[in-house]
Design a protein around this ligand. Structure first.
Ligand code: ADE
Length: 237
């Protein structure tokens, strides 16, 4: 998969993709991640990336011209109808469709080239959304000051699901949400720490019992903090 991130704060991404699974996936050429400064695609003297909103109001709106130029440069088309198959252009904003594990899995499966536009300020000129964007995505019901942290979340959630990104010692199958439930609790040595004991079931080597205990704990946890998941109220979880 190739990922291109469009941002007005390229330095924000410094080393953020250089650790753990993402770093390994990059080294193994499972993913290539490039960060681009939207300002590089301006053509005016002042290299303006934003402007005041028509109709008035607070804040600034990201201008369409540099974003259109960037997409044309990266994809070779400036209308989503003309993108090659497997191409996604994501706009990160609180107005988007909520990011869920199922959506991350869908992207990992189907996408060869993903361009991520990090929204800023009061928003992005709507013509970007109308013409260029294939998927407007939100990472949750809260407002960030920009899409940059959300881009990191999205890339991480997708890249770890790419074939061979996780080592053989780990697997995404047991992740929280992969079965519509939260994960069960984990313990490691020592078996007793400051008087706190690891549950007996995990120590006795009976795998059927351990599986049963884990399912029960996952269900207990899910019921107590995320009962919406059990009621199927979470859409495309
Ligand atoms: N930009 C600002 N808030 C956001 C959110 N919740 N998700 C994605 N992008 C955002």
């Amino acid at each position: 998969m190739r990922v291109d991130v469009l941002t007005i704060f390229p330095e924000f991404f410094g080393q953020v993709f250089d650790f753990g699974i993402i770093r390994r996936a990059k080294l193994a050429e499972i993913v290539e991640i490039n960060v681009h400064d939207i300002r590089e695609f301006t053509t005016d003297k002042h290299r303006m990336v934003d402007d005041r909103p028509f109709g008035g109001g607070d804040g600034m709106v990201l201008k369409p011209e540099p974003i259109f130029a960037a997409i044309e440069n990266l994809i070779g088309a400036s209308d989503r109808a003309d993108y090659p198959a497997g191409t996604k252009v994501v706009l990160l904003s609180p107005q988007g469709r909520p990011l869920k594990q199922a959506l991350a899995a869908e992207f990992a499966d189907e996408t060869e080239h993903m361009v991520i536009i990090c929204g800023r300020y009061e928003g992005v000129d709507e013509r970007v959304n109308e013409t260029l964007v294939t998927d407007e995505i939100s990472i949750g019901d809260y407002v960030l000051s920009g899409g940059e942290p959300a881009a990191v979340v999205l890339v991480d959630a997708i890249v770890r699901l790419l074939p061979n990104a996780l080592g053989s010692e780990t697997s995404a199958e047991n992740d929280s949400f992969s079965d519509g439930m939260l994960d069960y609790p984990h313990y490691t040595r020592p078996a007793e720490f400051r008087g706190m004991k690891v549950p007996e079931t995990l120590l006795n080597g009976n795998h059927a019992e351990i599986e049963k205990w884990r399912r029960m704990k996952a269900l207990e946890k899910t019921r107590s903090v995320r009962s919406d998941l059990l009621k199927g109220e979470n859409g495309d979880m």
